[in-house]
Design a protein around this ligand. Structure first.
Ligand code: UD1
Length: 419
C-alpha cells in the first residue's frame, strides 16, 4: 500500500510540464499490433497502465522496449502469434479490450476475457462487439471469455454507434484499417485521443478521413507499416494541475498542453473566477481568493470531461455558494464524495447529481483513493485543507499521473510518498 502525506494549506506557484496522454498511448500500443514492422513512440508517460498494456502485447508475442527516461517506447509485432488476452491483465486494465480490433483484423481471431465490473460502473463492451459483428465477425461467449472470429477478412460496413463511445470508436477504427472495403462509423467519439490514434494509423499507411468529427470513413488496406509517432499531451493531467492551482489560490504555468483540448475545463474555471491565459503550448492560471460556485454536467467531448468531475467536486467544496455536478457518462462515479465529506465537505448525492455546499473549511484526515480520478480529487482537497492529510491506496493514482508528488513538490506542495 502506498500513501501520500500532504500538509496543507499551500499556495502553488511555478511551472509544471505535462506528460503524454494515457488515453492516447493505450489504444496506440494496441494499434501497433496491426503493423508489419516496428513502431516507435515518443512522449510516452511512465504509468502503471502503460506497463500493463506493454505486458499484454508482449504476452501476445510482440517485442517491447520501454525507456521511461527518454519517454520512448518501441513495439515490434512481427512475432505475434498468440490471440489470448487473459483475465489477469484485462481485469487490471479495461483498455486491454482494445487489442480485439487489431487481432481480429490481422489474425482473424481474438479471445479476450470479459472486462470485470469496474469501480466506476458496469462499463459494457456491447458497442465494440456490434461493430465487429457488422464487419462479419462471429462472437461467442465462453467461460468468461469473448471469442471473436472472422472467415478470411473483415468486411467494411456502415456502423452507427448508439453512444459516441471512445473505446468502441477506437476499436472499430483499428479493425477497419485492414478490412476489405469501406467502413463508416457514425455518431463516432470525437475526443482528441481518437484523433491521435487516427494520426498514428494514417502514418502507418491507413486511409482514414473524418477523425475528430462524428463520421469517420476508413478505406481498408492490405498492409500497414510500423511508424514513429509522438503522443499528445494529457489533457486530464493538465486539467488536474489547473484545478490544483485554482483551489490553492496559486499562480502556475502549465507547459506542454494543447489549450484547445482544455476548452471545457478552462471555460468552467473562468466561470469560477479563475484567470486563465492561453499561449500556443502552455496555460497560465492565476487564482484569486474568491472561487464562485458552478453547475457542471459531464458530456462526451467537447463537453465537460467525466475524468475531471471528481477534481471539480473538490474545488466546488471551497467555492462560495452551492454547486451542482451531474455525471452523465458513468454511473457510480461519486466514490470520492464520502472521502471528501470526511475532510469536512458538505455534499449530497441524488442519483447522478452531487449538490455541494461551498465555502467549507476542509480539514486534513486519513482518506482512501478508490480510483484514479477520485485519488486526484483527494490530493487537490488535501492541498487546500488545514493540517495533515493521509491518502491511502495511491497506487490508483499511479495509473494515470506521472510522478504527481514530484511535480506538486516542484510547485511548493508539501507532499511525501510512503510505500
Ligand atoms: C475512455 C477513457 C476514460 C474516459 C471515457 C469517457 C480510455 C483508455 N479511457 O473510456 O478515461 O472516462 O473514455 O470519456 O480512453 N458504453 C456502452 N457500451 C460500450 C462501450 C461504452 O454502453 O460498448 C458506455 C459506457 O458504459 C459508458 C459510456 O458508454 O457509460 C462511455 O464509455 P466510453 O466512451 O466507451 O469510455 P471508455 O472508452 O471505456
Amino acid at each position: 500500500m502506498a500513501i501520500f502525506r500532504i500538509e496543507g494549506p499551500v499556495t502553488l506557484n511555478g511551472r509544471v510540464r505535462i506528460s503524454g496522454a494515457k488515453n492516447s498511448i493505450l489504444p496506440i500500443i494496441a494499434a501497433s499490433l496491426l503493423a508489419e514492422g516496428e513502431s516507435v513512440f515518443e512522449e510516452v508517460p511512465h504509468l502503471k497502465d502503460v506497463e500493463i498494456m506493454c505486458e499484454l502485447v508482449e504476452s501476445l508475442g510482440a517485442k517491447v522496449k520501454f525507456s521511461p527516461k527518454e519517454s520512448r517506447l518501441t513495439v515490434d509485432p512481427a512475432n505475434v502469434e498468440n490471440i489470448l488476452a487473459p483475465y489477469e491483465l484485462v481485469n487490471k486494465l479495461r483498455a486491454s479490450f482494445l487489442v480485439m480490433g487489431p487481432l481480429l483484423a490481422k489474425k482473424g481471431q481474438a479471445k479476450i476475457s470479459l472486462p470485470g465490473g469496474c469501480a466506476i460502473g458496469s462499463r459494457p463492451v456491447d458497442l465494440h462487439l456490434k461493430g465487429f459483428v457488422a464487419m462479419g465477425a462471429s462472437i461467442i461467449y465462453n467461460h468468461g471469455y469473448i471469442e471473436a472470429r472472422v472467415n478470411r477478412r473483415l468486411k467494411g460496413s456502415k456502423i452507427y454507434l448508439d453512444f459516441p463511445s471512445v473505446g468502441a470508436t477506437e476499436n472499430i477504427m483499428m479493425a477497419a484499417t485492414l478490412a476489405k472495403g469501406q467502413t463508416i462509423i457514425e455518431n463516432a467519439a470525437i475526443e482528441p485521443e481518437v484523433v491521435d490514434l487516427s494520426t498514428y494509423l494514417v502514418s502507418m499507411g491507413a486511409d482514414i478521413r473524418g477523425a475528430g468529427t462524428d463520421t469517420i470513413k476508413i478505406n481498408g488496406t492490405d498492409k500497414l507499416k510500423g511508424s514513429t509517432h509522438t503522443i499528445i499531451p494529457d489533457r486530464i493531467e493538465a486539467g488536474t494541475f489547473m484545478v490544483a492551482a485554482a483551489i490553492t489560490g496559486g499562480d502556475v504555468i502549465i507547459e506542454n498542453v494543447v489549450p484547445s483540448h482544455l476548452k471545457p475545463v478552462s471555460a468552467k474555471l473562468r466561470e469560477a473566477n479563475i484567470e486563465i491565459a492561453e499561449e500556443l503550448t502552455s496555460i497560465h492560471i492565476k487564482a484569486g481568493k474568491k472561487i464562485k460556485s458552478l453547475d457542471i454536467k459531464t458530456h462526451p467531448y467537447p463537453g465537460f470531461p467525466t475524468d475531471m468531475q471528481a477534481q471539480m467536486t473538490s474545488l466546488m467544496a471551497k467555492a462560495t455558494g452551492t454547486s451542482m455536478i451531474v455525471e452523465t457518462i458513468f454511473e457510480n462515479r461519486f466514490m470520492h464524495v464520502n472521502e471528501l465529506k470526511r475532510m469536512g465537505a458538505r455534499i449530497k448525492i441524488d442519483g447522478r447529481s452531487a449538490i455541494i455546499e461551498g465555502a467549507m473549511k476542509l480539514m486534513g484526515t486519513q482518506v482512501k483513493a478508490t480510483d484514479l480520478r477520485a485519488g486526484a480529487a483527494l490530493i487537490i482537497a488535501a492541498l487546500a485543507a488545514e493540517g495533515t492529510s493521509e491518502i491511502i491506496d495511491v497506487e490508483h493514482v499511479d495509473r494515470g499521473y506521472v510522478s504527481i508528488d514530484q511535480k506538486l513538490r516542484q510547485l511548493g506542495a508539501k507532499i511525501e510518498r510512503f510505500d
